[in-house]
Design a protein around this ligand. Structure first.
Ligand code: AMP
Length: 204
């Protein structure tokens, strides 16, 4: 299963809930890159240069990471991809090493995305997202107790670039998956519980 949606549409938040419910691994390329950056691996060093500017990491690097991850035993009964594919080339590559059953596009009006992302705080340990407007000054994750951070690429200038890159490179995927009859669209401009309920309905 693939989760599509602009940066800030709530893919990460919904991914946690879907994976918990369906008991499948949550595969977020963004999380994999951030882990590599933290551990100063060669992939992390390459990825950091792109991520800090709001650009996409090259397809060849990203595709290889996903191919290796999907070959791990925990993926044999299914998985959820969050943040991959992000280009048509990645979607074509994915078809070579896996079969996609369903693509959920979380749709949020563009004008709401900037506010969502610049106010986002993310758990350093487990990746859970929050918004400053609802944190009441809390600085730790209610899931795992980890520290909440403001991602360096969630500052306004980088967010604008990420939204531009999304419109140019990732939006064509909506048509790509629609043509294959795999796309299901849900309204992401609702409280998270309602978005989740819509997703479950679509999955049924
Ligand atoms: P995310 O956490 O999904 O918002 O990803 C954070 C950043 O990681 C993105 O802005 C990209 O720079 C990079 N990234 C994540 N997934 C991909 C992908 N599938 N292709 C290229 N770059 C990616």
């Amino acid at each position: 299963m693939v989760l599509l949606g602009a940066p800030g549409a709530g893919k990460g938040t919904q991914a946690f809930r879907i994976c918990e419910k369906l008991n499948v691994p949550h595969i977020s390329t963004g999380d994999i890159f951030r882990k590599n950056i933290k551990e100063l691996t060669p992939i992390g060093v390459i990825a950091k240069g792109y991520i800090d500017k709001g650009e996409l990491v090259p397809d060849s690097v990203t595709e290889e990471i996903v191919r290796l991850r999907l070959a791990e035993p925990d993926c044999k009964n299914g998985y959820l991809l969050d943040g991959f594919p992000r280009t048509v080339a990645q979607a074509v590559a994915l078809e070579r090493f896996s079969k996609v059953d369903v693509v959920i596009d979380i749709d949020v009006p563009t004008e709401k995305l900037l506010r969502r992302m610049t106010g986002r705080r993310v758990c350093e340990k487990c990746g859970q997202s929050y918004h400053v407007d609802f944190l009441n000054g809390k600085t730790t994750c209610s899931e795992c107790g980890g520290s909440l951070i403001h991602r360096a690429d969630d500052v306004e200038e980088t967010v604008n670039e990420r939204l531009r890159v999304y419109a140019e490179k990732t939006m064509p995927l909506v048509q790509f998956y629609q043509d294959k009859g795999l796309l299901k669209r849900v309204n992401g401009d609702l409280p998270t519980d309602e978005v989740f309920a819509e997703i479950l309905k679509v999955l049924e």
